[in-house]
Unconditional design. Structure first.
Length: 395
């Protein structure tokens, strides 16, 4: 049995980005850019107006009031606006091209119309309201660096680069296997003798997707060796990472590891000295990684947050360290001394600080839903009082 830091280091050693692939721009959201993204052209391609108004030469407004004929109108998208004639103006709209020779755009609110002419009576003010060609970026500029997660802001820049496809890190394909004769599909447990709703895989799948994974399947399996071995073979043929929940203790029907033995299971670690989650294990077989999580819901989700989340993020090309940012938080309630295993208490943000949940049982599900931080307690740590600080991680 190894300590938490050693187990995490072994996980992170395997959390390397998968190969890249090319996807349509519309399918790239939340993916990780594999190469720098460079602009195909300038933005804007030509000088454009930043406001609705009238493009003018400064010399023509030297004496006010001024009456200037409107030579033409420039809407956004027009590409053939002629040079601005001396002594005239051009009606322009936001995003429309400003004519060559224009010094500024006068906002329409201080201009009045007199038939085909515009009347300028008030000084235009200091703003010129013209976006110069290439003022946003130039052709060849790097708009997004490799490694960027293509969130909603980055997607705007990606589209602005005028590309139809992007090279992104392939999302890790994950299959989740929930083991246990007692498990029933939610909605059917009460109709199943001795059944309990299989809940863990839903939380694990949601967390994995949040970190960048493609969850291929969640499969609920009874504790039958032949069935488990067939499920292991199928999952190893599909996935980059197989997550198996339950069946990792010492009971007579604990087959979570043995189901992978025929496929050359290589254990990287078999247990971790943490609470909850001691039965967590990690290995590889058949070209895929395997993470074994405990069957109790809280134990499973705590170990998934600590180990699965950074592993998936790294495989997806994200920075695993971003999911492992511990910070000091002031305690709003006391904490008892810690036992001989490193403990991750479930807690909540309250009154500018954090407090541990009253219920810390590894099987609880109601209390699990209310937790939003993990509070890290070192082995043998003394109790802490209100106002003292503890290390916490978003949960």
């Amino acid at each position: 049995m190894i300590d938490f830091d050693t187990a995490l280091a072994l996980i992170l050693n395997e959390a390397r980005p998968l190969p890249c692939e090319t996807v349509a721009l519309d399918a790239a959201g939340e993916r990780v850019l594999a190469t720098d993204l460079k602009a195909r052209g300038d933005a804007p391609r030509t000088a454009v107006s930043a406001m609705d108004g009238y493009a003018v030469r400064d010399v023509d407004l030297a004496t006010l009031p001024a009456r200037l004929p409107v030579a033409t109108v420039a809407f956004a998208g027009r590409a053939d606006v002629p040079v601005l004639p001396a002594g005239a103006c051009v009606r322009v709209f936001t995003g429309g091209p400003t004519p060559p020779g224009a010094d500024r755009v006068v906002v329409q609110e201080i201009v009045s119309r007199d038939g085909d002419a515009a009347l300028f009576e008030a000084p235009p003010g200091p703003g010129r309201h013209i976006r110069a060609a290439g003022s946003d970026f130039r052709a060849g500029d790097t708009l997004l660096a490799a490694g960027t997660v293509l969130g909603f802001r980055a997607m705007v820049a990606a589209a602005a680069a005028d590309v139809a496809e992007l090279s992104v890190v392939r999302r890790p394909r994950i299959v989740i296997l929930g083991t246990g004769d007692e498990l029933a599909e939610p909605g059917q447990a009460l109709e199943t003798a001795g059944g309990i709703p299989e809940s863990v895989s839903f939380g694990v799948a949601a967390l994995a997707r949040q970190c960048g994974a493609q969850v291929l399947a969640r499969r609920r399996l009874s504790d039958t060796p032949e069935l488990l071995e067939a499920a292991a073979r199928r999952a190893l043929g599909e996935a980059d990472l197989v997550v198996v929940t339950g069946g990792a203790s010492v009971g007579e029907k604990d087959y979570a590891r043995s189901m992978f033995a025929p496929f050359g299971l290589e254990l990287i670690f078999s247990k971790a000295a943490i609470k909850p989650g001691k039965p967590v294990w990690f290995g590889r077989a058949g070209g895929a990684l395997i993470l074994g999580l405990p069957g109790n819901p809280t134990s499973a989700l705590v170990t998934a947050r600590l180990f699965l989340a950074p592993l998936v993020a790294g495989l997806a090309g994200r920075d695993p360290a971003a999911l492992l940012t511990w910070r000091d938080a002031v305690l709003a309630a006391p904490l008892k001394p810690c036992g001989d295993r490193e403990t991750f208490e479930r807690g909540r943000r309250v009154d500018g600080g954090v407090a541990g949940l009253d219920v810390q049982d590894s099987a609880t599900q109601k209390a699990l839903a209310s937790a939003d931080v993990l509070i890290r307690r070192r082995p043998g740590a003394p109790g802490l009082s209100v106002g003292e600080v503890a290390a916490v991680l978003d949960f």
